[in-house]
Design a protein around this ligand. Structure first.
Ligand SMILES: Nc1ncnc2c1ncn2[C@@H]1O[C@H](COP(=O)(O)OP(=O)(O)O)[C@@H](O)[C@H]1O
Ligand SMILES: [Mg+2]
Length: 338
């Protein structure tokens, strides 16, 4: 694996510029407490890993590097490696289709399985008509990531549609979607949030390879992202959970879903083969962007795409949660070069 020198220098300079000693010591203290280690040694190792092993502090924390040997660590993806791959392999202009959720809907019309409106093109009357068909509305900032730009509204709480339309436009929530109704098995886990499956694919021009598989779980909020309290578990090649759930925030682990009590360890994505088949088709639509992290919602009728992320986002196992000491990098390296 080679990351070119300029990317490395750029990354390192950025890290030094943003370097906050208090943050490092706070994180090192947290790791030392959670893993029974000596704080200064953890801090020194974090600094060394950031400087020489392409590992941001937060990646060090989230993948439990303090509990892994150097050889084991090298099987994990880090944010830097992932950014490098995405920038190297994905065409920046073509990636615009993924960056703007409205463009994604247009390009992947056969895959998203839901109605939507662009409020820059439609007025209050059309929005009101839309809401007659869809009593729950999901409004999104079209260019947003990591759950900060997704909101939920109930149509029966809206009295003045002109004012509501103007409010959404003012907030930049220009994309309005019908709410997806998830598969009953997923609703048993958390009925209030659509719990999505994340598959990362690489299209080599002939075949589509799935290089990472994740199931996310929400806590009742509009989104299953971490910023809304969500957590995840890695999946095996049959769509079964690989150990208990976790998030990058702390060492709270989830053998069961904390709200429903359903077993995370025994979770299996329903209609898994259809999700894989969907990605096999979707990943060929924009071949200029061969490395994509897809958000998939499973419904009772089969899988639909929520979005594609041209920088997939980092999901790895945590040895303290699962006992598994190997990351997803070998799976990437088996089918891709970068
Ligand atoms: N149309 C929808 N209906 C129901 N839930 C949705 C819908 N769109 C998104 N969500 C929920 O919000 C989450 C984030 O949506 P997404 O479009 O992927 O935005 P982000 O850029 O924040 O990842 C999804 O993973 C899912 O849990
Ligand atoms: Mg998403």
């Amino acid at each position: 694996m080679k990351i070119d020198l300029s990317a490395r220098v750029h990354y390192f300079v950025g890290r030094v510029r943003r370097f906050q000693p208090a943050r490092v010591t706070a994180l090192a203290r947290q790791i030392a407490r959670e893993q029974n280690k000596w704080m200064p040694a953890v801090a020194a190792d974090m600094l060394f890993s950031a400087a020489f092993c392409d590992t941001a502090f937060i990646d060090y924390y989230e993948a439990d590097f303090a509990a892994l040997s150097r050889r084991e660590r090298r099987t994990f993806m880090t944010s830097l490696i992932q950014h490098h791959i995405a920038n190297r392999l994905n065409d920046a202009d073509a990636a615009e289709v993924f960056a703007d959720k409205r463009r994604f809907h247009r390009a992947f019309a056969g895959f998203t399985g839901r109605e939507w409106l662009d409020l820059e093109e439609t007025g209050p009357a059309e929005l009101e008509q839309f809401a007659v068909r869809h009593p729950v509305l999901i409004a999104k900032e079209p260019i947003s990531r990591e759950g900060h730009g997704v909101f939920r509204y109930r149509a029966d709480e809206v009295t003045d549609w002109a004012a509501f339309h103007a409010e959404l436009v003012a907030k930049g929530q220009l994309l309005v979607e019908e709410a997806i109704v998830q598969h009953p098995y997923l609703a048993e886990y958390c009925p209030g949030t659509v719990n999505t499956t994340r598959l990362v694919s690489y299209f080599d021009g002939t075949d589509v390879h799935i290089v990472s598989r994740v199931q996310k779980f929400g806590r009742g909020a509009v989104s299953d992202q971490f910023s809304w309290g969500g957590f995840f578990t890695m999946l095996d090649r049959d769509g079964r959970a690989v150990g208990q759930g976790h998030s990058g925030k702390n060492n709270t682990f989830y053998p069961t879903h904390p709200d429903s009590g359903k077993s995370i360890v025994d979770f299996r994505v329903p209609r898994w083969d259809e999700a894989v088949a969907l990605i096999d088709r979707a990943a060929r639509i924009v071949p200029e962007v061969p490395y994509v992290g897809w958000d998939i919602a499973m419904t009772a009728e089969g899988p639909v795409l929520i979005e594609g992320n041209w920088i997939p986002g980092l999901y790895e196992t945590r040895v303290t949660a699962t006992g598994i000491r190997i990351g997803s990098r070998p799976e990437h390296e088996a089918v891709m070069t970068w």
